[in-house]
Design a protein around this ligand. Structure first.
Ligand code: PLP
Length: 397
């Protein structure tokens, strides 16, 4: 018999993918240049030349097995050694290569992290707005996603709300900074308070609490926003990283799970991750890609386009009357819609060929997400559509 669980999920396809499919169909009708598809977080900036050179260099110079063979259980040792050294240098950590487990993107890292620190039936707590895929990630690990709201004026953690939502069934708190969809970056103060909160709750509940830190946008920071590395604040942290956005290579499916050695059993945790891999059929990322990404782990694609797009949209949409928390990173912003029902707002926007994602998908029903990973020229051309939309539908601007 076909699985009822997965059959049941077919009715709940990702809204973002549906919107993106609509944008594709509309592009075939009126030309892609006339559809302002702000729905998908697909990096638009070029891959660094050094990464492509590294892939071809490895292919041309290394024996077949060294690039196409199976890698060790935790992933390629050379890759883990380079990444551990980079994290130690950049964030003052103390990782050894065996504290790292190579994965297929952040999604792969999260699949392992969730299974590492929960039993079926447990709760995993996250903060809204949150990445919609957290729900399937958590539920397919057999757990329940419990959601608490962020502060609406800056999208930092609302500790009063967190106190009300927290309960002894929660085994892990899942955070995402820089945040998709808000672009908010947690401050050191927020992380200190969170670490203190988790420590207090561990004592109160008499069980461990793990922090799962999802960090695919770690390097996409604007305005000299200081990088804050969550694991530095809390020993029981599993950092889930992806090179998808930093190197603009989402299709290469490469990332890692880094276990803070201060938790006391990091090497047991990574060896357990390898056991989870056997069960879910993950069994390591491609050896060639592990080695090339690790060789480029101290560089990034050029994110200046994202900052320019952020500045342009922030200025123009604010002038049109939108209320927007200034994004400090990523390539998203999360304005309040011009009516309480953001789904209706986004539906109306489609008539102007503006493809936006309603906030209920992210757990905040009166906001919407703009993914501005596209050419600045197109963002600039979209402004006329924004003006027509806002003036015609809401008589403002
Ligand atoms: C917040 C967040 N977490 C995880 C992922 C998954 O990343 P990857 O595709 O690299 O696995 C994404 C992808 O967009 C994301 O935005």
């Amino acid at each position: 018999m076909l699985s009822q669980k997965y059959r049941g999920m077919l009715g709940k396809a990702s809204v973002i993918m549906e919107l993106s499919a609509f944008a594709g169909a509309r592009a075939r009708e009126i030309g892609a240049e006339n559809v302002f598809d702000f729905s998908l977080g697909n990096p638009s900036v070029p891959v660094p030349q050094a990464y492509n050179a590294c892939v071809s260099g490895l292919l041309n110079s290394e024996p077949c097995r060294a690039v196409h063979g199976y890698s060790q259980g935790l992933g390629n040792l050379e890759a883990r050694t380079r990444i551990a050294a980079s994290l130690n240098r950049r964030y003052g950590m103390n990782y050894e290569p065996d504290d790292l487990f190579m994965t297929a993107g952040a999604a792969g890292a999260l699949a392992h992290a969730l299974r590492l620190v929960t039993q079926p039936g447990d709760e995993v707590l996250t903060i809204a707005p949150y990445f919609p895929e957290y729900r399937p990630y958590v539920e397919l690990a057999g757990c329940t996603l419990t959601v608490t709201p962020a502060c609406p004026d800056n999208f930092q953690i609302d500790f009063d709300a967190l106190e009300r939502t927290m309960n002894p069934r929660v085994q892990a708190v899942l955070i995402n900074t820089p945040n998709n969809p808000s672009g908010a970056v947690y401050s050191a103060r927020t992380m200190e308070r969170l670490a203190h909160f988790l420590g207090e709750k561990e004592r109160q509940y008499g069980h461990e609490l793990w922090l799962i830190s999802d960090e695919p946008y770690r390097e996409i920071l604007f305005d000299d926003t200081p990088p804050v590395y969550p694991s530095r604040f809390y020993p029981r942290t599993l950092s889930c990283y992806s090179f998808s956005k930093s190197l603009s290579i989402p299709g290469d499916r490469i990332g890692y799970l880094a276990v803070n050695p201060a938790c006391g059993e990091s090497k047991t945790v990574t060896r357990m991750a390898a056991q989870i891999s056997r069960g879910i059929g993950h069994d390591s990322a491609a050896t060639l890609v592990q080695r090339a990404a690790a060789a480029c782990c101290d560089m990034t694609a050029d994110f200046s386009v994202y900052r320019r797009n952020r500045d342009l949209l922030l200025k123009e949409l604010t002038a049109l009357g939108f209320s927007i928390v200034r994004p400090e990173g990523t390539f998203y912003m999360f304005p309040r819609a011009l009516e309480d029902d953001a789904a209706e707002f986004c539906r109306k926007a489609m008539a102007y060929d503006l493809i936006l994602v309603p906030g209920d998908t992210f757990g905040v029903a009166d906001h919407f997400r703009i993914a501005y990973c596209m050419e600045t020229e197109k963002v600039a051309r979209s402004l006329e559509a924004w003006r027509r939309f806002v003036r015609t539908e809401y008589a403002q601007g």
